[in-house]
Write a protein that binds this ligand. Structure first.
Ligand code: PSU
Ligand code: MN
Length: 305
């Protein structure tokens, strides 16, 4: 299994010494944000993790190697290539390894590589979920299945309402994935702090969150856990503005017949364009906020192991 895995020396040393490490995904770099903000954000996120006492490990596939920890030059390479890089979820990793190709890892694929490397905590912006209209299209992100099977704690800002948030929570409940609200009882909706949907449990400190995940690991559950961390008040968006943009983007994707793995990148790009870039700054800020919480939580987990 490790035949295809390269752990960056700094990350390997931290793991061997029991120091906190935080994994980061790369689809957010190639498909989630435009150049050059994507590279700037990827570097800033790594800096926040270091400032909070943990070692960052940005994950991607480069030349068929599963990389746990990227060099700056590799991050820049993926950022510049943008949507030309293969968006890699669970099903794509074996093919990329066999063909010595590059891939930007989604939440699902990042969890797989993180778990292989021994990294327990992962920070991102938003996860994939059950799309609106999934009762007809069956468009349900592989991220949800991965949360059910791979033991990684994913810290995100909830999910965008490009998804059906209610169905996404139902799916996670069915799969036995606990959803934590960080200092909130409600699922945050990425750009906004509330959604009207309740979470399973609330944690008010990184230590509380770490304790819940540690208990799950001790019980031998196979899967991961989801922590949803609301966007800081200062950066949260007007729900009317963002929801109108999302509704328009979803309508366009239906009208244009966008399908499969192209749906999420299409919606993300359209929402950003329709809101004239305001949403991009909010997106960047919430990722930084999640990185800080993930690093603090990894620090708490490292204390107890
Ligand atoms: N949602 C976001 N930003 C993102 C993604 C989702 O708000 O960047 C990316 C993540 O990499 C996520 C992936 O894992 O899209 C989900 O894609 P899909 O819906 O095709 O599974
Ligand atoms: Mn999909």
């Amino acid at each position: 299994m490790d035949q295809y895995l390269d752990i960056k020396p700094e990350v390997a040393q931290a793991l061997a010494a029991g120091k906190p490490v935080v994994a980061l995904e790369s689809t957010i770099i190639s498909h989630g944000m435009p150049w050059p903000q994507n590279a700037e954000t990827a570097f800033a996120v790594e800096d926040v993790i270091r400032a909070h006492g943990a070692v960052p490990a940005t994950i991607a596939v480069i030349g068929g190697r599963l990389k746990a920890g990227l060099e700056k030059s590799e991050i820049e390479y993926l950022a510049k290539k943008g949507q030309a890089v293969t968006k890699a979820s669970r099903r794509d990793l074996p093919v990329l390894c066999a063909r010595h190709e590059d891939g930007a890892t989604t939440v699902a694929a990042t969890m797989i590589v993180a778990a292989m490397a021994g990294i327990q905590v992962f920070a991102t912006g938003g996860i994939g979920g059950v799309h609106r209209g999934a009762e007809v299209t069956m468009d349900i992100s592989a991220d949800l299945e991965e949360l059910a099977r791979t033991p990684v704690l994913v810290v995100c800002a909830g999910a965008k309402s490009i998804l059906d948030l209610g169905l996404t929570l139902e799916y996670l409940e069915t799969k036995g994935v606990a959803v934590c609200g960080y200092q909130t009882d409600e699922l945050p909706a990425f750009y906004t702090r509330t959604s009207g949907f309740g979470v399973d449990f609330r944690a008010d400190t990184p230590a509380e969150l770490a304790a819940a995940f540690a208990a799950q690991r001790a019980l031998g559950y196979p899967g991961g856990m989801l922590c949803t961390n609301p966007i800081p008040e200062k950066w949260s968006m007007d729900p009317a503005v963002i929801n109108a943009a999302i509704d328009q983007a979803v309508a366009e994707s239906v009208a244009q017949g966008v399908k499969g793995k192209r749906v999420t990148p299409f919606l993300l790009a359209r929402v950003k364009d329709i809101t004239g870039g305001d949403s991009l700054e909010s997106n960047i800020q919430l990722v930084l906020n999640n990185a800080a919480l993930a690093a603090d939580t990894a620090g708490e987990l490292a204390k107890n192991t």
